[in-house]
Design a protein around this ligand. Structure first.
Ligand code: ADP
Ligand code: MG
Length: 278
């Protein structure tokens, strides 16, 4: 198990008037090589989880205090933080907060430089990572004039260049147009398939979520359900978690309502197309 989140609670501004219990006892685990989607309504605690798995935040302590283990390393163990961040890279939600250098290639090089890699290897990784996200021609430009989507690509390249065993993407493609989103997603899925990179994709696009081997549904700081894409057959779960079914599933339902005889488990556009052709 490469990620093990055990009964984790997290409270912002504990004891203050604006105290907020963001996570109320979350447990889930991820095996190496898996592609897991994490979905949930706004404020359900997704970004808090992204910050907990790389040790940026630590679980509340207490008698039944939870733990976050990354490849067996406890995020509460300060001595392990460097190795944890080498193992698991997070692309956070707001790319603006992630730019550290004034030249794009230097920004992408920041992670591999921290690993102390030889400069030739850093050069290769930076070129490769920028190529992966389709930003190679911008290598010498400044990140500040880029669009939100381009900044997200750079932030993804920065994490790719570290070649972590696990990549966590927190709504990292939200600012891309549909074509750009599909391109970046292709790269991530390829790394998952071919290099066994573990992926945790936080998304509010249910079509994207349905690509995961497993989907974890978060609701009000708790795991409300998890399973393969058949989880989208559980309309009550999806709706009560404040989410929508994937578009293909909604279209299938509408067509069924108009007398089309379609199977009940359509989730992806591909499945809908096949059923309609039949
Ligand atoms: P999500 O990413 O699913 O939208 P978050 O993890 O960002 O949810 O937030 C979970 C809850 O914690 C929300 O109610 C949010 O308002 C609150 N929260 C998030 N960050 C902070 C913060 N820095 N200070 C106080 N409350 C926060
Ligand atoms: Mg968030």
């Amino acid at each position: 198990m490469i990620i093990d989140v055990k009964n984790v609670k997290y409270t912002y501004n504990e004891g203050a008037e604006d105290e907020k219990k963001a996570l109320r006892g979350v447990s889930f685990s991820v095996e190496e090589g898996e592609f897991v989607s994490l979905v949930g309504h706004n404020g359900s605690g997704k970004s808090t989880i992204a910050k907990l798995v790389n040790g940026l935040l630590l679980p509340d302590v207490g008698p039944d205090g939870g733990r976050v283990l990354i490849d067996g390393m406890d995020t509460a163990d300060k001595k392990k933080l460097f190795d944890i961040r080498k193992t698991l890279g997070v692309v956070f939600q707001n790319p603006d907060n992630q730019m550290v250098a004034s030249i794009i290639e230097d920004d992408v090089a920041f992670g591999p430089e921290n690993l102390g890699l030889p400069s030739k290897e850093i050069r290769e990784r930076v070129d490769w990572a920028l190529e992966c996200v389709g930003m190679r021609e911008h290598a010498h430009g400044t990140p500040f004039r880029l669009s939100g989507g381009q900044k997200q690509r750079i932030a993804i390249a920065g994490v790719l260049a570290v070649k972590p065993r696990v990549m966590v993407l927190d709504e990292s493609t939200a600012m891309l147009d549909p074509v750009g989103r599909a391109e970046v997603l292709d790269v991530i899925m390829k790394l998952n398939r071919e290099q066994k990179m573990t992926v945790v994709m936080i998304t509010h696009f249910m079509e994207e979520a349905a690509l995961g081997d497993r989907i974890i549904v978060l609701k009000d700081g708790l795991v409300a359900g998890e399973g393969g894409k058949e989880i989208f057959r559980d309309r009550d779960l999806i709706h009560s978690a404040g989410l929508e079914l994937p578009l293909a599933a909604r279209i299938a339902a509408a067509l069924r309502g108009r007398g089309f005889d379609l199977p009940p488990d359509i989730v992806t556009a591909e499945e809908l197309k096949e059923a309609l052709c039949r």
